[in-house]
Unconditional design. Sequence first.
Length: 283
Amino acid sequence: MRFAIKTRPEHTTWERMRDVWVAADEFEVFESAWNWDHFYPLSGDLAGPNLEGWTTLAALAQATRRIRVGCQVTGMIYRHPAVLANMAATIDIVSGGRLELGVGAGWNQQECDAYGIPLPPLRERFDRFDEGVEAMVGLLRDPVTTFKGSYVTLTEARCEPKPVQRPHPPITIGGRGPRRTLGAVARWAQAWNVIVTDADEWRPLKDTLDTRCAEVGRDPAEITCSVNVRIDGDVPQDQAIEAALGQIADFTSAGVDLIVLNLPLDATPDILRPLADAVAPLS
């Protein structure tokens, strides 16, 4: 099993988040670290603070040296895909080729309403997502990209300088929609992330992904499958880690490749040593 960490940028400070990522960089068992792409908190006081994902990610990439960095996952509705491609290329350069490019169609009605960002109906949202991913791949991979879709148009468009990772940083698509999301995973992604309650919920989704891969002639073994396991901050730390180990065992048996350990809200670096010691024998 492979392991990553995720820190929630809500109800915390930049300094606290930075210190956790810098500390995680020293534990080889954690291969990547993730934040999220929201403008409002998702828990507690929704009027509270929440650090912006991509500017924070750039700073965290500069603060670390080894661990791979990603946003789980970027809402395609928030930024034009050409702008996002340039952001991704730049962070891949800043990090020395450590970016994991996490993307999803987007869903947060509250943020969209507050900021006047259109949140299209589901079908249109996924049409826009499919076009956006294809446009980004072209910009990151090719010298010049021309693309004409229903929602995205590129005319001899350039994205320079190119990212360090070629043909582009690995793409992680997040979500569980059986046809549109998993279809996009099969076509474009190097990794798939989904939030599920347990392995029994995950298995039929993986079967569906295998079907989508067969439809497009893709080997599903090429796609890293990841799930999130929460480290409960409301119980003693040893109990929280023990509970997580039980979930990890179940997901391992089910065939999951990567466990993203969701750290407690406003976690400190002190949690990383016992967590690393607990999961290292499983890696």
